[in-house]
Design a protein around this ligand. Sequence first.
Ligand code: FES
Length: 305
Amino acid sequence: MWDYTDKVLELFYNPKNQGVIEEAEETGVKVATGEVGSIACGDALRLHLKVEVASDKILDARFQTFGCTSAIASSSALTEMIKGLTLDEALNVSNKDIAEYLGGLPEAKMHCSVMGQEALEAAIYNYRGIPLAAHDDDDEGALICSCFGISESRIRRVILENNLTDAEQVTNYVKAGGGCGSCLANIDDIIKEVQQEAATPAINNYGVKVATDIATGKQSQLGLTNVQKIALIQKVLDEEVRPVLIADGGDVELYDVDGDRVKVLLQGACGSCSSSTATLKIAIEARLQDRVSKNLIVEAVEPLL
Ligand code: FES
């Protein structure tokens, strides 16, 4: 007997948004469908999205699924999560988000959350007319598991996104290796490669050496001098933060960097806005932590009169 959360059981017994969305020739609205899995493999999911063309907003989402308790609950959860989001926002929904919405899934059932994420991507890429095989950075990659038709790129992605460390986990997330088992050694090799690549310093967009922590997926900069750190902070502010603030009638100026404390002057709408603290934390601190160092703390300073 699987140890399901109350939320999983609730959505299994009373699934929300089950069914089809028919194309009704409504002005300004389009229906997109994404389909993943196969009945022969034991799980299949067809996801229907009703999209407002002008805003790219998902007005409605429904699903048809062939699968177990977790597949039905994951599909139902996904449709609840994405209603009201734009397509770009929906693309940020990960299989981890679906599992978290459900209060967790048994490890052996995580493939149901992955199936939801993949159906969502398939529907959005169908809507945008992008061939599914071409939307990854690379191509679909070599076929690793012929029993379940799983490519190397899918295995790499699930390892990275979910910090998987052994072949059994990969089987739980995408089923690869769960049939004849002849691909398990290849999956072990891919895990080692991904871990090695993550441990090898790479050069990021700012020309800085970075290492990726396989446990968190976060990158941290290596060997940055103080001068380089300040230059990098300035570059990120100029290229990624200020354009967003300026578009909103605000701006930010770097005032000083003291160790890990970054002092900034908020200007225009940002300086007088009651939500300027949130602006600092979300738009500036989080971005600098992501791009430069997770230890940075951003503080606003008052302009000298
Ligand atoms: S080839 Fe992967 S389980 Fe058979």
